[in-house]
Design a protein around this ligand. Structure first.
Ligand code: GLC
Length: 428
């Protein structure tokens, strides 16, 4: 802990008086304020709670910095801040696809944390966060795309949970018509994230991969998107807009789609695990009426869930890297991950917690989720490294054009293929 100027110290003291840990901090002239960027863009934000607990335990204080909901906008903000070497944020919540792009701006946590800091964590996540031998982020929670459905309505109309996207389309069409006839004019068959942002990359990768159309770029760095299965998957998704999904889906992120489903206005929803406890919670119109299962697949493929998840990193420009690393270790610790899983149903990154009785009792589907998580499909972030944001932007922009009827699937994947080849030639 060091204070090179008086300003951060004064800021720290004022911050700590306001934000708690105040008694300790007032006695401790060396107390610092750590600024942390929280939030994965959803309502299940446990990060400020955990950060505050750390402040109370250590006598330091935390300043929670709010960031945009959309992962794509959050990344731009980070890139601006880090690009200008700003010390305004010490700890950053980092998406699973970002370590390869932000690593130059992040400290090697192994220099601050004990040698066994990553023991018990899923090795694949630790690998994901280790760039050129440097541990640039600690895994916090893991995510996978899921299908939520209205159990009561499937029963009412005598349908099983759909196994293919085609079946989902048919069932959604039928039940939407029946529910509207019964008086709910706002009812939709399917709600998903169709805005031009990272969330659409996640949805569209699930469509394409579950059609047997590959993963955009394969693990060797070869561009694979230009194929008929990928085109067919995108065309089917385009047919949903204005039929079983509202036009507004073209601008929806996770939270808008949860809103539609949770207010009782959608039969099916694609979203992440965080929705389960909220949609079953107080004030939800669908509490107790819903199920959660693997996403459908294409005619020849199998179900694929895009892997997501969030990590914590320390900025290289932090004035308190050791303290910031301590906060990261605290939030990602077993105890905090357990509380996060029990209170908000989030999926831990520590393997043993999937066998923890209290975690399982709070969320019986946690063991089922484990299967989905271990079979999930990663976005091509490792293969494309620094270029990942450009690859994802090209993919979600072209996909968005297909959804809005500007391009057909075949032309979109052909153009994308060429665009990505060009990007790849510059090296990734
Ligand atoms: C979720 C996922 C994250 C993904 C984002 C897209 O937060 O955990 O990995 O990038 O959704 O919206």
């Amino acid at each position: 802990m060091s204070h090179k100027t008086t300003k951060p110290y004064q800021r720290a003291l004022i911050g700590s008086l306001i934000l708690g840990g105040s008694a300790l901090a007032a006695q401790n002239a060396m107390a610092a304020e750590i600024a942390i960027a929280c939030g994965a863009g959803d309502a299940a934000d446990y990060c400020p709670i955990a950060a505050q607990e750390w402040a109370e335990k250590t006598g330091h204080s935390v300043q929670v910095v709010s960031t945009p909901n959309s992962a794509t906008e959050k990344l731009s903000l980070y890139q601006q801040l880090l690009g200008s070497q700003s010390s305004d944020i010490d700890v950053l919540m980092v998406d699973i696809v970002w370590p390869g792009m932000l690593d130059d701006h992040l400290v090697d946590l192994s220099e601050y944390l004990p040698a066994d800091a990553t023991e018990g964590f899923f090795p694949a996540l630790v690998d994901n966060n280790t760039v050129e031998g440097r541990l640039v982020a600690m895994p916090w929670f893991t995510d996978a795309g899921l299908l939520y459905y209205r159990k009561d309505l499937l029963e009412k109309y005598g349908h099983e949970v759909p196994e293919t996207w085609r079946e989902l389309t048919e069932i959604a069409t039928e039940i939407q018509a029946d529910e509207r006839e019964a008086g709910n004019d706002d009812f939709w068959g399917y709600s998903f994230q169709g805005r031009a942002y990272e969330g659409l990359t996640c949805n569209a990768l699930e469509w394409v991969a579950s059609y047997g159309g590959g993963t955009i770029v394969d693990s060797e760095g070869e561009v694979t998107i230009d194929n008929p299965q990928a085109a067919a998957a995108l065309d089917l998704a385009a047919s949903w807009i204005g039929t079983i999904a509202p036009e507004g889906a073209l601008n929806h992120t996770e939270e808008e789609t949860r809103g539609i489903f949770q207010s009782g206005n959608a039969l099916f929803l694609r979203n992440w695990p965080y929705v389960w406890s909220l949609a079953n919670g107080e004030g939800s119109a669908v509490a107790g009426k819903i199920g959660m299962t693997a996403l459908p697949h294409g005619p020849e493929g199998e179900s694929k869930a895009t892997l997501g998840g969030w990590n914590f990193s320390v900025s290289r420009y932090s004035e308190h890297p050791a303290l910031a690393a301590d906060l990261v270790a605290f939030i990602t610790s077993r105890e905090q991950q357990k509380a996060h899983a029990i209170q908000m149903g989030m999926n831990p990154t520590i393997e043993a917690l999937y066998q923890d009785e209290e975690v399982l009792a709070s969320n019986p589907s946690m063991s089922e989720l484990y299967e989905t998580l271990t079979n999930g499909v990663p976005r091509p972030a490792t293969a494309t490294g620094d270029a990942y944001a450009r690859v994802s932007n090209a993919f979600f922009n072209r996909t968005h054009q297909v959804l809005s009827g500007e391009l057909d699937g075949a032309s979109a994947v052909q153009q994308l293929g060429r665009e990505l080849e060009r990007l790849g030639r510059r090296g990734w």
